[in-house]
Design a protein around this ligand. Structure first.
Ligand SMILES: Nc1ncnc2c1ncn2[C@@H]1O[C@H](COP(=O)(O)OP(=O)(O)OP(=O)(O)O)[C@@H](O)[C@H]1O
Ligand SMILES: [Mg+2]
Length: 505
């Protein structure tokens, strides 16, 4: 019998790159098929072709043995192919049922249609264990639940093949466990799932088979039960990857950043941060562990001068800097913010402009008010090489880079100048294993040279391998501030536990 999906000889060229090169790829009904590959390997392009967002230059697509030319997402859905976008397409002020009903074609009057949709949502939610109430407002749902609403939307439109492009980047470990359950029950019911994730543990724990892409070509398809992390990493990168890091002992020096009694209140006196105190010394990495949404973002925004603390003090090298602005922060430190699209890059500007965004008016890039293009060019070229940024040229718009390569541009811009103080929020989100290895090495080199680092991460492994001290942030407060010696991942998880309960409820 023909597979549910068969893509054969798919090639897609963009100016200066071949994103997919003679790719053949098949997915069976009832199968979870992982898609793996380095940043820029062509994963997103391949699934965009399948969803009618990108037109291939060559190749055939067959669904249930019938050749199709997929012209648009609407057409893809009509053929039973659905895709969950990383940035959700939901209207927060509407209910779940209203969101699902949006855009559905029907001849019925709106109200009776809504009732039917609500019943359908309840039925599907029951069948696949989604725990979603059709009458709940979408804006009140956690990220994990919103993602389920996106999946429900596709199921209500009759999707038989679901494409999930890095769905877990925004999920807590608990939410990932729930998504995993959902994916399994969908597959057991005969649906097929294409699952893109850089996290090898996730691929190994859920996918039936994995296809690995490198530079747009298929390196192979393997049964997940017959492979392991190291061999998947090798297939992706073409060499062995060090998946563990050594953090040599180091005596911290003078304090660089001292935060004392920081409070941040929002409107209606809602408390976002309460009584946050810590210091970071030279040569020290302080990790902030916690479930997303417990004040990490607010803390980083206060430290980088986007928000002003309600009370409390911040000192940098002994000088009080509580009333920082982003421009002033830029003089004392570097920052890799979590939400890179909103705060770190300009998608419409070129890669070059994004790389020099913070440096262009300084020496040696500009001299007596006149910018020096040649200096820019050499500087950018060396960053591309050092940070392994895959782009056809420096002049392409940032939005044409793959997700991971956009992140590398931010890392390069912020880390190259060897800042005394570095705030790194989710620095490895969206990166492939080789790039993660590189970032870890750079962070440890920064520490070695006496730099101070605040590492905010929801990845406990990351915190445990890099941080000297770990603060656990729950509901805007530190519930613990510990030396990273005698603590393990279970204990950290327990400390964060209060928060995860809250998020889940
Ligand atoms: N619209 C576009 N215009 C020009 N080039 C593009 C466009 N979309 C993608 N590319 C290029 O195609 C290649 C593959 O990109 P793609 O987004 O498919 O990678 P990916 O495997 O999803 O990577 P990541 O893991 O970083 O998300 C990259 O070199 C990228 O720069
Ligand atoms: Mg991608």
């Amino acid at each position: 019998m023909a597979p549910l999906l068969q893509m054969t000889g798919i090639t897609k060229r963009f100016p200066g790159v071949v994103a997919c090169r003679d790719v053949s790829f098949a997915v069976e009904a009832g199968e979870i098929h992982g898609l793996l590959g380095e940043n820029g390997a062509g994963k997103s392009t391949l699934v965009k072709i399948l969803y009618g967002l990108v037109d291939p230059d060559e190749g055939r697509i067959e669904i249930d043995g019938r050749e199709v030319r997929i012209r648009s997402p609407r057409h893809a859905l009509a053929l039973g192919v659905g895709m969950v976008h990383q940035h959700f397409m939901l209207v927060p002020t509407m209910t779940v049922a209203e969101n699902v009903a949006l855009g559905l074609r029907s001849d019925r009057p709106p109200l009776s249609r809504l009732r039917r949709v609500a019943a359908k949502v309840a039925e599907l939610s029951q069948r696949y264990g989604f725990h979603i109430d059709p009458d709940q407002q979408v804006g009140e749902l956690s990220v994990g639940l919103q993602q389920r609403v996106e999946i429900l939307k596709l199921l209500c439109r009759g999707a038989e093949l679901l494409v999930l492009d890095e769905p877990t980047a925004v999920l807590t470990p608990q939410e990932w466990q729930q998504l995993r359950g959902t994916m399994r029950s969908l597959a057991d019911a005969g649906k097929a799932i294409v699952f893109i994730s850089h996290k090898l543990d996730e691929q190994l724990s859920i996918s039936d088979r994995c296809t690995v892409l490198r530079d747009g070509s298929v390196m192979g398809t393997v049964a997940t039960a017959e492979t392991d992390k190291a061999s998947l990493a090798r297939m992706m990168v073409g060499r062995d990857v060090v998946l563990r890091t050594e953090r040599p002992p180091r005596a911290p020096g003078r304090p660089v950043l001292e935060v004392h009694g920081l409070h941040l209140n929002a409107a209606e006196d809602r408390c976002l941060l309460a009584d946050i105190s810590f210091t970071i010394a030279q040569g020290e990495i302080v990790g902030i562990a916690g479930v997303d949404g417990n004040g990490q973002r607010e803390l980083v925004e206060v430290l980088m001068g986007i928000r002003t603390a309600t009370t409390g003090t911040i000192r940098h090298e002994g000088e009080t800097v509580t009333r920082l602005t982003p421009r002033r922060y830029n003089r004392i430190g570097a920052v890799i913010p979590e939400d890179r699209h909103r705060m770190a890059i300009a998608l419409g500007l070129s890669v070059r402009e994004n790389l020099v965004l913070k440096d262009f008016c300084r020496q040696p890039f500009s001299h007596r008010g006149i910018t020096r293009p040649r200096v820019f060019r050499d500087f950018c070229a060396s960053l591309l090489q050092e940070f392994d940024i895959r782009t056809p040229s420096l002049d392409v718009a940032m939005r044409q880079l793959s997700g991971g390569n956009q992140q590398k541009v931010v890392l390069a811009r912020e880390m190259h100048r060897d800042p005394g103080l570095l705030i790194a929020a989710q620095p490895t989100r969206g990166l492939d294993v080789g790039a993660i290895e590189f970032v870890y090495r750079r962070l440890l080199e920064h520490r070695e040279r006496g730099g101070a680092t605040l590492l905010v991460s929801t990845e406990l492994d990351e915190i445990l391998s890099l941080a000297d001290r770990i603060a656990v942030l729950v509901s805007g407060r530190f519930v613990a501030l510990l030396e990273n010696r005698d603590i393990d991942i279970q204990e950290l998880g327990l400390l964060m536990g209060g928060a995860s309960e809250m998020v889940a409820s």
